[in-house]
Design a protein around this ligand. Structure first.
Ligand code: PLP
Length: 400
């Protein structure tokens, strides 16, 4: 169904209007006093990290208040650490709220929040940035620090871009299931990419990737591991950014549907949402074959949603209900989002849309239509060889 993919969707055209300020920016610029306080703390602590490695010296080391990126060798001494903190602060303030578009759906007021319009291009941008920011503020990451993470998906892309902007040396540990688009992006963004090829005792690659991360960390003194499945800073990124945006984009919200993998997104959003709208229901969406909600493990083919381990961050999520979606239903829902709503989005967005159809597909007589919001976690381009490829989908059906 390659032909059904539009080159420019009407929802994306609306973005131009919606992305320019209808939703208030979640993070305020710090005051002069706050900046001064930050400066005095940095001066008191001195420099916290290792000097940048050769080849990284020409990375961006600061951003002007105007938003212009200034490249050049980082200054020596304590100023290096301050510049890093300043630069990550600038990046946080550059996080523009992603647009929310209304979709036509009988019986409910349906809204999609389009994370593909984030600074890097997916729902993982906020988590990656907040994890780096928090580690830089604590001094765990210093100028030029190596960063190592196991990810073949959006989290790796977000870390690669932000690390590059901050002059950090990011090494992703990937596996053969990575999409060709993501692999080539990572190879052009990162000096080193480690690709594992040995399956672990579950038949997957997760354990091999984690063992490899440990080896790379041991070989790189001072290296930082974001550990997306357990790091509460990722969840806090969604609490302060995505969650705050959701709470201010609509006057009231009855349901939010979120796809789950590391559970950082749903944990941060659900905490923020329940503070603002205590009656709102949070519905988690998972893939059949994932074990997050106690299901039996089964081979899965669509990345971004589901997990073969129960993530630590799940304990922080305030979830009212969950829906398990078959991969064939995810494919059909992705294609329906293109044809019916002109949204060209990734697999997990299709899973979430299918869950909404399951919940609200049969219109009931209600006094008022509930307001429903769902996250579209990324764009469809990385799924052209899978979800949007007829041959791949035929094989998926044969595999059952
Ligand atoms: C496309 C997509 N959707 C949903 C998610 C789920 O986000 P989280 O890991 O915060 O649960 C991810 C995470 O990588 C993703 O890449």
């Amino acid at each position: 169904m390659r032909s059904a993919v539009p080159s420019s969707t009407s929802a994306e055209l609306q973005t131009a209007k919606l992305g320019t300020g209808e939703v208030p920016w979640p993070v305020e610029k710090p005051s002069e006093a706050e900046l001064e306080e930050l400066l005095s703390r940095v001066n008191a602590n001195g420099t916290t990290g290792r000097p940048g490695e050769a080849g990284m010296e020409l990375m961006v080391d600061t951003m002007e208040p105007s938003g212009q990126l200034i490249c050049g060798p980082p200054p020596a001494g304590p100023d290096r650490a301050f510049r890093l903190k300043d630069c990550v602060g600038q990046l946080v303030r550059a996080v523009r709220p992603t647009p929310v578009v209304r979709l036509d759906f009988p019986g409910i007021k349906l809204h999609a929040k389009l994370e593909q319009h984030g600074l890097v291009g997916s729902v993982k941008d906020r988590a990656a940035l907040w994890i780096l920011k928090s580690a830089i503020e604590r001094g765990t990451i210093g100028p030029g620090s190596p960063v190592v993470e196991s990810s073949s998906g959006n989290f790796a892309i977000a870390l690669a871009v932000y690390s590059r902007l901050l002059g950090l040396d990011f090494t992703p540990v990937i596996d053969p299931n990575i999409s060709p688009l993501y692999e080539s992006s990572l190879r052009s963004l990162c000096r080193t990419v480690v690709k594992v090829d040995q399956r672990d005792d579950t038949g997957g690659f997760l354990k091999t990737r984690l063992a490899t991360v440990r080896n790379v960390l041991q070989a790189s003194p001072g290296a930082f591991w974001p550990n997306q499945y357990a790091n509460v800073d990722g969840m806090m990124g969604h609490y302060h950014l995505t969650g705050a945006e959701i709470c201010s984009c609509l006057p009231d919200i009855d349901f939010v549907f979120v796809g789950v993998s590391s559970a950082g997104t749903i944990a941060g959003i659900s905490q923020r949402l329940k503070e603002r709208f205590p009656h709102a229901k949070v519905i988690a969406v998972d893939a059949e074959g994932s074990v997050i909600f106690g299901g039996s493990p089964k081979k899965r083919h669509i990345p971004g949603i589901g997990s073969s381990v129960v993530p630590d961050l799940l304990q922080h999520a305030r979830i009212d209900d969950w829906v398990l979606v078959r991969e064939a239903d995810t494919v059909a829902a992705c294609r329906e989002l293109v044809e019916r709503h002109q949204l060209f989005v990734g697999g997990s967005s299709g899973s979430v849309y299918h869950a909404i159809k399951q919940y609200f597909g049969v219109p009931r007589s209600r006094r008022t239509e509930p307001t429903v919001l769902f996250l579209c976690a990324d764009r469809g381009a990385a799924y052209l060889d899978t979800v949007y490829d007829d041959g791949w989908c035929a094989k998926l059906e044969e595999a059952g």
